[in-house]
Design a protein around this ligand. Structure first.
Ligand code: SF4
Length: 225
C-alpha cells in the first residue's frame, strides 16, 4: 500500500501547485496562539478571506497574543475579523481561547509538547470550535507530531478510492498515517484537499481527467454500471 500512497502524492503534486505560503503553513512559524486564531478563522471559509481577517487583527494589535486579544471587546474583535464571515461566532471562540491562555501560553505549549498525540489532541479539543481535524493540523504543523489531519475532502476521496469504507476520522487518519512517511503528511494533506476541491468534487467528480482513476473503486463501479 505504501507504494500506492507514494504514487498518489506524486500524481497529485504533478497536477496541483501547492502554495508553500499557504495560510496555515505560513502561520506555523508564528506563535501557538496565532495558529489557534488562524485555524478558527480558516474554518469554512477561503484562505483569502481568512488572511484578510487575520491581517486586520494583526494590523490592529501588532502581535496577536492571548493578552492583546483578551483586551478587545467581543464587538471590536468581531468587526476586525468580519471578512472571514460568521464573525460574531468566531469572535466568541477566539476570545474564549484568549481568556483561557492568558498568562499561561508557554506552560500550555510545554504541556502539549510533552504529551503523546492522542492526549495532546484531547487537550486541544477542549477549546470550543477545535475538533479532531483542527487539533491534528496544529499537532502536525506546529508540534511536528506524527498525525494525519483529515477534512471532508480527504474523507470523501479515501472512501471513493475504496481504501477505507467507514467514515471514521480515526480510521481514515490511521490509514494515511500508516501508508505515508511522516515527512509527507502535510504535503499529502494539502494535495488531497486540492484534489477534492478541483477534481474529486462532492458532486459530479471529474473522473475522466483524474490521475487516480486506475486506483479508484468509485470509478470502477461507475464504469461497470
Ligand atoms: S476517479 Fe473520480 S472518484 Fe475516483 S478519485 Fe478520481 S475524481 Fe475521485
Amino acid at each position: 500500500m505504501e507504494e500506492t500512497c507514494g504514487r498518489i502524492v506524486e500524481e497529485l503534486s504533478r497536477r496541483y501547485a501547492i502554495d508553500s505560503r499557504r495560510f496555515i503553513g505560513l502561520l506555523a512559524r508564528g506563535n501557538l496562539f496565532e495558529l489557534l486564531v488562524a485555524v478558527v478563522l480558516s474554518q469554512n471559509t477561503s484562505d483569502r478571506n481568512a488572511i484578510r481577517a487575520f491581517e486586520n487583527l494583526k494590523g490592529k494589535l501588532g502581535v496577536i497574543t492571548p493578552e492583546t486579544v483578551a483586551s478587545l471587546s467581543i464587538e471590536e474583535l468581531a468587526e476586525l475579523i468580519r471578512p472571514a464571515g460568521l464573525h460574531a461566532q468566531r469572535a466568541r471562540r477566539i476570545k474564549e481561547i484568549a481568556e483561557a491562555l492568558k498568562g499561561r501560553l508557554q506552560e500550555f505549549e510545554a504541556r502539549i509538547r510533552e504529551l503523546d498525540a492522542a492526549d495532546a489532541r484531547e487537550v486541544l479539543k477542549q477549546f470550543h470550535g477545535v475538533g479532531d481535524k483542527t487539533a491534528d493540523v496544529i499537532l502536525l504543523v506546529y508540534f511536528g507530531k506524527k498525525v494525519f489531519p483529515v477534512d471532508t475532502h480527504i474523507k470523501r476521496i479515501t472512501q471513493r478510492l475504496g481504501f477505507v469504507k467507514s467514515g471514521s476520522y480515526r480510521e481514515i487518519s490511521g490509514f494515511w498515517s500508516k501508508c505515508l512517511p511522516p515527512e509527507k503528511y502535510l504535503e499529502a494533506h494539502l494535495l488531497l484537499i486540492e484534489h477534492g476541491r478541483q477534481t474529486c468534487r462532492a458532486r459530479r467528480p471529474l473522473c475522466g481527467e483524474c490521475p487516480l482513476r486506475d486506483l479508484c473503486e468509485f470509478y470502477r463501479n461507475a464504469g461497470s454500471k
